[in-house]
Design a protein around this ligand. Structure first.
Ligand code: CA
Length: 225
């Protein structure tokens, strides 16, 4: 998220994190461009008014280098010109300030769905698991919803989006944690252990495999080990 006003940035980031998004905040155009080229983001929420430039220029610059990441622009209220300029600069959609947070979430889901990678279908099925990505609920074998924390859910959804693929810790950290992640901690392993326990308690076999030295993989097989 690119937003220079600290209070607004704090509230939006907090709200998004509560909805299982990992959020990095950049407070100026320069940092936004730097971050966007260094990390593989799923979406960018971009404020138009930045202290060292214009969000529209940031958007144009990202598109000029071929970046396809969905961009949701935050524009000033009532300015038709600004909204048109936003879309012309390559943004996928816009929300006018002040906005309703639910609207921001809905538009963010929409740009993620339309995004080049289309990684967010509303329901994901992996073996005995069903994930409702909108309600952020997981059930196993048609049973009741598992009791997962926001972060546990986000980690499981990331695995489910990459079911059958080995995902490394760096990718997990980038998509599920934000820039507060400490690369020397074992927090990912701790969360994986918790998820395994909860999945086992719901009657699932060992769905999350360890690939030594590579990372983890969520599989469809539900056979006891
Ligand atoms: Ca601003």
């Amino acid at each position: 998220m690119v937003e220079d006003e600290p209070a607004a940035a704090h509230i939006i980031a907090k709200g998004l994190r509560e909805h299982a998004y990992a959020v990095d905040v950049a407070n100026c155009a320069r940092l936004a461009l730097q971050r966007a080229s260094a990390s593989d983001y799923d979406a960018i929420v971009l404020d138009v008014g930045l202290p060292d430039g214009d969000g529209l220029d940031v958007c144009r610059e990202l598109r000029d280098v071929g970046m396809m990441t969905p961009i949701l622009m935050l524009t000033a209220r009532g300015s038709v010109h600004a909204r048109i300029a936003g879309l012309d600069s390559g943004a996928d959609d816009y929300v006018t300030k002040p906005f309703d947070f639910d609207e921001l979430l809905a538009r963010l889901r929409a740009v993620l769905r339309r995004g080049a990678r289309a990684l967010l279908p509303e329901r994901l099925h992996v073996g005995p698991l069903e994930l409702n990505t909108r309600a952020r609920l997981v059930s196993a074998k048609g049973g009741p919803a598992l009791r997962l924390t926001t972060r546990e859910y986000a980690l499981l959804e990331y695995f489910a989006r990459h079911a059958g693929e080995v995902v490394g810790r760096a990718a997990i950290a980038e998509h599920v944690w934000d820039d507060t992640y400490d690369p020397f901690s074992n927090v990912i392993d701790v969360y994986v252990q918790r998820l395994r326990r909860k999945l086992a308690a719901a009657g699932c076999g060992p769905l999350i495999k360890t690939r030594r030295g590579l990372g983890y993989m969520l599989t469809e097989e539900d056979a006891p080990e």
